[in-house]
Design a protein around this ligand. Structure first.
Ligand code: PRX
Length: 568
């Protein structure tokens, strides 16, 4: 028996109060995600149960019980309070996947502050933009990343504390830096948790849009109602599961399902903080007897490349349920996983903005390889006409993926950017920015994004951000950035540039430009290739026609080019 039971029955009789009841929450009461993920599980008598199995570089392992999570997060919360951090202050987590990241997240939420996780591979410029926009007051980081914070500190007057969680005393701390060790801190047994309510802000995740400015997606504590139930019904998490979510908490999957979903259900989860290799991943599953695995298509395609032999070198018989998110999951990947693991990957579709799974395959439902499944119960998901914003009823016609607003984990706004938030709604629908078609059975089939955003290996990249970085180089006159097909990442970033007079289009210059932009962009946004052009195709009004360059890369028809500047 699966947690969801019958999908069709659940759709017929659904109310979010199912989740509220299980969490013993009622309207108007206190709801604090930090408390739900630690204290509540202890109160239910599971304080001694393992909450986190962590493995770092070189196989170092640490384990934390729910009681450890409770006490360590109390210590972190108390320490932040002692620094003057209060509710709604933004506290950034700029950490590798170390225990302090997961437990620090809980500690921040417990004092009612807003957790702002940022991917630790970000460079100083990416970090600067996001900390400045959020007006971040404190940042938790490691020795290896503190240099990036130092570089931009001058430009961040609102950043008051740089908390180094692994300071070893060897090098002196600099301006605003303080050392704090979670495990060495005095245990805080009793802690007054801030009485957050449903609409109190909880998490601020930054995501890329079409413009170069990253958008801060603001979530609230009530999001738990959606994250808890989707983790229970879609990931099918149960009491004795060993769950592995491979996403980094710098991205929304790593918080909604890599922290909140599993811990609010009192499930044991594991984290692997080291690089990817098929053997390393399979032996991790084998060693910890992982039962439920939530990963992403890029990783799955890399595993496919490593072949069946790599699977056969390990005992993966513990696996019970597999899910995927972040990019289109090819039908071949589902067929392959059935063949080698005896289980299909269940595709799930959602966004930073939606906070939780929206369209999905659930256990018990027929999986159609290549399809994203159907709307989660309680979610009105549909495909609408891009011109009229009216629902498309006939199967097969491509339209925009839209949702009826009102689910618990929906973002509440974009930080400092209400206008862009409001622009995401039309005719009463929330517009996802993706295109899809429905089949006759109501399954969604992903078609592509409706904007120019590039999805490379599950990471969204704004073409404008890359174009702007290129334009800052002295040799670059114009730039245009599009996605190019790639076997593993599905899409990679490709840049087209024209040069200013006096510069020679040679490989040496390309290398120089690459090195120049590397300092400005996150490693994920770096172009794989730069192509020199004599001119960049533009509309009469001067807008870059990325569509045309995109079509060229993908070997597609170029369509209507009548507005091309060069046609004039
Ligand atoms: O384009 C869709 C793609 O990823 C976008 C959301 O990215 P992000 O906010 O970073 O969140 C990723 C993890 C929740 C979507 O607008 N995407 C996400 N899941 C799928 C997908 N594309 C195809 N199939 C999916 N299952």
């Amino acid at each position: 028996m699966t947690n969801i039971g019958s999908y069709d029955e659940r759709v017929k009789q659904f109310d979010w109060s199912i989740s509220e009841k299980e969490l013993e929450y009622s309207d108007g009461n206190i709801i604090n995600i930090g408390w739900y993920c630690s204290d509540r599980i202890c109160d239910k008598g599971h304080g001694g149960k393992t909450a986190l199995i962590w493995e770092g570089q070189g196989g170092v392992e640490k384990r934390f019980t729910y009681n450890d999570i409770r006490i360590h997060s109390n210590s972190i919360g108390a320490y932040l309070r002692s620094l003057g951090i209060k509710d709604e202050d933004r506290v950034c987590l700029f950490l590798d996947r170390i225990p302090e990241l997961y437990i620090g997240f809980i500690g921040i939420l417990k004092i009612g502050a807003i957790a702002q996780p940022l991917f630790s591979a970000f460079g100083d410029e990416s970090l600067h933009l996001r900390l400045e926009d959020a007006g971040t007051k404190a940042i938790l980081t490691q020795r290896k990343h503190v240099g990036k914070v130092r570089k931009v500190l001058d430009q961040l007057p609102r950043l008051e504390h740089i908390i180094v969680v692994d300071h070893d005393g060897k090098k002196p701390l600099k301006e605003k830096e303080i050392a704090f060790s979670m495990e060495a801190a005095a245990p805080v047994e009793n802690f007054e948790i801030f009485p957050t309510k449903a609409e109190s802000p909880s998490v601020l995740h930054y995501t890329s849009g079409t413009t170069g400015k990253p958008k801060g997606v603001k979530h609230v504590h009530y999001s738990l109602i959606g994250q808890y139930l989707t983790a229970k019904w879609v990931l099918d998490l149960r009491e004795n599961d060993i769950y592995w979510c491979t996403a980094d908490p710098g991205w929304v999957t790593g918080t909604s399902y890599g922290i909140i979903g599993a811990w609010s259900l009192g499930v044991t989860q594991c984290v692997l903080d080291s690089g990817f290799s098929a053997d390393a991943w399979y032996s991790f599953i084998e060693r910890h007897r992982v039962t439920v695995w939530y990963s992403a298509p890029t990783a799955i395609r890399s595993l496919m490349k490593a072949g069946k032999e790599a699977v056969e070198r390990h005992d993966l018989s513990s696996l019970r349920h597999l899910c995927s998110v972040g990019e289109p999951l090819n039908a071949e990947a589902v067929v392959w996983s059935k063949e080698v693991f005896g289980l299909p990957f269940y595709d799930t579709y959602w966004q930073t903005e939606t906070g939780a799974i929206m369209i999905t395959n659930v256990p018990g439902m027929e999986v159609k390889p290549g399809s994203m499944g159907k709307g989660f119960p309680g979610i009105t998901a549909l495909v609408i006409d891009p011109k009229t914003y009216e629902p498309i009823v006939e199967p097969g016609r491509i339209g925009l993926i839209a949702f009826k607003p009102g689910w618990p984990s929906m973002m509440r706004t974009y930080w400092n950017n209400e206008a862009t938030y409001l622009s995401k709604f039309n005719n009463g629908w929330y517009l996802s920015g993706d295109r899809a078609r429905l089949d006759k059975d109501g399954y969604f089939w992903f078609v592509g994004r409706d904007d120019d955003v590039i999805n490379t290996g599950g990471h969204l990249v704004s073409p404008f951000e890359v174009e702007s970085a290129l334009l800052e180089h002295e040799a670059v006159a114009e730039s245009a950035v599009v996605a190019k097909p790639d076997e593993v990442n599905m899409e990679v970033v490709k840049a087209f540039i024209t040069l200013k007079p006096g510069f020679d289009p040679n490989p040496d210059l390309e290398l120089k430009i690459m090195n120049f932009i590397r300092k400005k962009l996150s490693p994920l946004a770096m172009p794989q290739e730069i192509e020199y052009m004599d001119s960049i195709p533009k509309t009469r009004s001067g807008k870059i026609m990325r569509r045309l360059l995109h079509a060229k890369e993908w070997g597609e028809e170029t369509g209507d080019t009548s507005t091309l500047e060069d046609d004039e």
